[in-house]
Design a protein around this ligand. Structure first.
Ligand code: UDP
Length: 197
C-alpha cells in the first residue's frame, strides 16, 4: 500500500471500498486477533504531536482512515493526496451493509442509553442480516470497565463499534486489545447518534 504522511503519521491511500475490502478480508480469515481501525481526525493527529502515548496507539493501529476532509486537504497540500475521506460514520454504514450481506455480528458500545438502544433497534430493523449481539451505553463508571470488557468478550462480536468520542474510544480499545475477543474494533465518534437519528 502507498501512504500519505499526515503530520508524521502514515495514512494508507485507500478509498472507502478498499477500506471495507480490507476489513472483509480480516473477517474472512477467521482469526481472533483484534484488528484495530482508527479513523484519524485532525484533532487526534494534532494531539499525537505532543502525546506520545496516543501516538503509540495510532502507530499500533492495524488500519488508519482519513476521518474528514481536513486530513484529505493536508495530504493534497503535501502533493501526496489521499483518494477520499473515510469517516467513522460513513465506514459504520458501509460495514453494516457488508455485515448485512455476510451475517456479521456487531456489539455497540457508546452514546447515551436511549441513543444506544434506538441505534440497536434500528440496525436490527434495517439490516436483518446483522446480529447485534450486545450493547452498552457509554456513560458507565470506570469501575465498570472490567464488566463491560468481559461482556464484549463473552459475546465475541465480529465488529465492536466504539462511540465514546475520540480519542477516548481509541484508548479504551487499545488498553484491552488482547481481552475483548472482538475481531475488528473501530472508534466511530458520534456515529450512533446519527444511526439513531
Ligand atoms: N460519549 C460516550 N461516553 C462519554 C463521552 C462521549 O458515550 O464518556 C459519546 C457521545 O454520547 C457521542 C460520542 O461519544 O455519541 C462522541 O461524539 P463526538 O461527535 O463528540 O465525538 P468525536 O467525533 O469528536 O470523536
Amino acid at each position: 500500500t502507498d501512504y500519505s504522511n499526515i503530520m508524521g503519521i502514515p495514512v494508507p491511500k485507500l478509498t472507502m471500498p478498499e477500506t471495507v475490502a480490507r476489513i472483509q478480508g480480516v473477517l474472512a480469515e477467521r482469526k481472533r486477533k483484534l484488528f484495530h481501525v482508527v479513523t484519524l481526525n485532525p484533532e487526534i493527529a494534532m494531539s499525537c504531536q505532543q502525546d506520545a502515548e496516543l501516538r503509540g496507539i495510532v502507530d499500533g493501529a492495524d488500519l488508519l482512515t482519513a476521518d474528514g476532509i481536513g486530513i484529505v486537504l493536508v495530504s493534497r497540500m503535501r502533493r501526496n493526496p489521499l483518494p477520499e475521506r473515510v469517516t467513522g460514520c460513513d465506514l459504520l454504514f458501509e460495514l453494516l451493509e457488508a455485515g448485512n450481506r455476510s451475517g456479521w455480528s456487531f456489539y455497540l458500545l457508546g452514546a447515551d442509553e436511549a441513543t444506544n438502544r434506538r441505534a440497536a433497534d434500528l440496525i436490527r430493523q434495517r439490516y436483518p442480516g446483522v446480529s447485534v449481539v450486545g450493547r452498552q451505553h457509554g456513560y458507565f463508571d470506570p469501575s465498570e470497565d472490567e464488566r463491560v470488557a468481559a461482556d464484549i468478550a463473552a459475546k465475541r462480536p465480529d465488529v465492536l463499534v466504539v462511540a465514546l468520542g475520540a480519542p477516548k474510544a481509541e484508548r479504551w480499545i487499545h488498553a484491552r486489545k488482547d481481552r475483548l475477543q472482538a475481531r475488528v474494533a473501530v472508534g466511530v465518534g458520534g456515529s450512533l447518534d446519527i444511526v439513531a437519528g
